[in-house]
Design a protein around this ligand. Structure first.
Ligand SMILES: Cc1cc2nc3c(=O)[nH]c(=O)nc-3n(C[C@H](O)[C@H](O)[C@H](O)COP(=O)(O)OP(=O)(O)OC[C@H]3O[C@@H](n4cnc5c(N)ncnc54)[C@H](O)[C@@H]3O)c2cc1C
Length: 471
């Protein structure tokens, strides 16, 4: 177990002006530079882990407000909206309910007692306790804000992961990776265009290749089959096709979702094949081109759309963090306290961090539930640290995994608190359990009532609008 020490700067003396009351503009360069207030905890990345951390910390600090809050929380994200990444495949397929599409960071900040700044982490100066944000530009390329520093006392990096292309030729140019909501939205537009092309050429299905048979690839395959059938049902030519979509799921290993047990892999494969997905196991994609993929260096398979979902690694910015240690997957190496190995004031969590809690134990997996557990752990630990109280190391508790297989199906296992005990779930019940993980996340962010209203909104939309988003 590691014990923490306060940073040399320690918590700053609380300023007389309350940060709860004075709301900053979206970003304010001078305000960010001049930092003389309370201990500033800066979180970079408002994903499954980072936003929950900001919310937990903000709420705990609100409770301490009467006794003068010992710290302030600043969340920085490259986007204005938080998106639940496990649902990017639904955003890509156009089947995500409009009320689930995102949560505004500024609104969260106002509700939960933290500040939000729009910006993209570019580099770090650890000696000066400053991070640097890239220039902020609008859609036209006009600069809104210059490259600028942000001072911190404690920094938490939570920037997630990107897809690993393993340097495969053509992936960057021709394949789509679901790294962000923008990628998923772009894929959706390309999917609609591919369906329109298939209508116009009147003959032949939409051809899609998904590379990588992990949870992302499997969930996307199931969602796309439903989506293209729904789109085809609205057209004239595609509707005549016996199969409006030819979807190939290509995996280099010998089974799908290999992180889960063999019976779940088998079930996922049978389910996808029953829906018409061609599952290719033990095959490696060696090149991607505009309209095909190459298998094992020689076999060419047509593909108008290729999605690359074969593993993850840390984003490039992690190489610019003033020499912090990385593993081979470019994740930041952290101790069991989630402190980076070289700097006690810099923490990392979620997909961008590699934490091995105990010698010989497996690394904490890059999953939403791990990022959320780390968020809860850090919310408590960072405040303890401010009060110089001892902190236990982080322990990951695997609560099981579920893989969505379309709107009415899922498969997986829920694990109890006793090691080795679990319940296998399948079908509608599993789908409900899968959905409830997101539901619980939303309740934590916006409360039960607002979340319930959003569900009512989705239900009404489902009765008044097309099942698939057509724009
Ligand atoms: C299609 C799909 C399905 C998945 N299904 C599941 C599932 O069923 N169960 C499960 O447990 N996990 C699932 N995952 C994995 C899960 O989404 C991730 O493990 C989880 O989102 C990681 O959380 P995070 O907080 O580390 O990062 P993220 O949720 O990825 O958030 C990262 C945040 O950082 C921001 N950011 C990135 N770079 C910068 C920068 N330079 N500057 C500022 N901000 C930045 C991003 O805008 C984003 O808001 C799935 C992933 C995908 C893609």
């Amino acid at each position: 177990m590691n014990r923490w020490h306060l940073s040399p700067g320690g918590p700053r003396s609380p300023s007389s002006s309350s940060f709860h009351d004075s709301r900053p503009a979206l970003f304010s360069t001078s305000e960010l530079r001049e930092h003389g207030g309370p201990h500033r905890i800066v979180i970079v990345g408002g994903g499954a882990g980072g936003l929950e951390l900001a919310v937990h910390l903000g709420e705990q600090l609100r409770k301490l407000r009467r006794r003068e809050a010992p710290a302030e929380v600043v969340l920085i994200d490259a986007a204005l909206t938080h998106v639940w990444k496990p649902w990017l495949h639904e955003l890509a397929a156009g089947t995500l309910g409009g009320h689930d599409a995102g949560v505004e960071f500024l609104q969260q900040a106002r509700r939960h007692n933290f500040r939000f700044h729009l910006g993209t982490l570019e580099s770090l100066d650890r000696a000066r306790h400053e991070l640097w944000l890239a220039p902020l530009v609008d859609d036209e390329g006009t600069e809104i804000a210059p490259r600028r520093p942000v001072a911190y006392d404690t920094l938490v990096i939570a920037v997630g992961s990107i897809v690993n292309d393993f340097h495969t030729p053509g992936v960057a140019e021709h394949a789509i990776a679901l790294n962000s909501a923008a990628d998923a939205t772009r894929f959706h537009r390309l999917l609609l265009a591919a369906c329109a092309r298939a209508e116009v050429r009147s003959g032949g299905p939409v051809q899609i290749a998904i590379v990588g048979g992990g949870a992302t690839g499997v969930e996307l395959a199931a969602e796309l089959i439903e989506s293209v059938h729904a789109i085809a049902g609205l057209g004239t030519e595609l509707r005549q096709e016996p199969q409006p979509v030819q979807l190939r799921l290509i995996e280099s290993g010998d089974r799908l979702v290999s992180a889960l047990s063999e019976d779940i892999s088998r079930q996922a494969r049978e389910d996808l094949e029953a829906r018409g997905v061609e599952v290719l196991l033990g095959r490696r994609v060696t090149e991607v081109a505009a309209n095909h993929v190459v298998l094992d260096g020689h076999e060419v398979l047509p593909a108008e759309l290729t999605v690359w979902a074969a593993g993850i690694r840390g984003p490039e910015v992690l190489e610019k963090l003033d020499g912090l240690e990385l593993n081979r997957s470019r994740q930041l190496l952290v101790r069991d306290t989630l402190q980076s190995t070289l700097d006690a004031d810099v923490f990392a969590m979620g997909d961008c961090a590699s934490c091995v809690p105990e010698a010989g134990a497996p690394a904490v997996p890059p999953r939403a539930q791990a990022a959320q557990q780390e968020a809860r752990y850090l919310a408590d630990a960072l405040l303890r640290r401010l009060e110089s109280r001892p902190v236990e190391g982080f322990r990951f508790h695997d609560r099981g995994s579920l893989v969505s297989l379309g709107s009415r199906d899922a498969v997986g296992r829920i694990l109890g608190r006793m090691p080795g005990h679990g319940v296998r779930l399948q079908g509608l019940l599993a789908r409900w359990a899968y959905w409830s993980a997101h539901h619980a996340h939303m309740v934590r962010l916006q409360g039960a009532l607002r979340t319930a209203w959003d569900q009512v909104g989705n239900w009404i939309d489902g009765r008044t609008q097309a099942r698939v988003k057509l724009h």
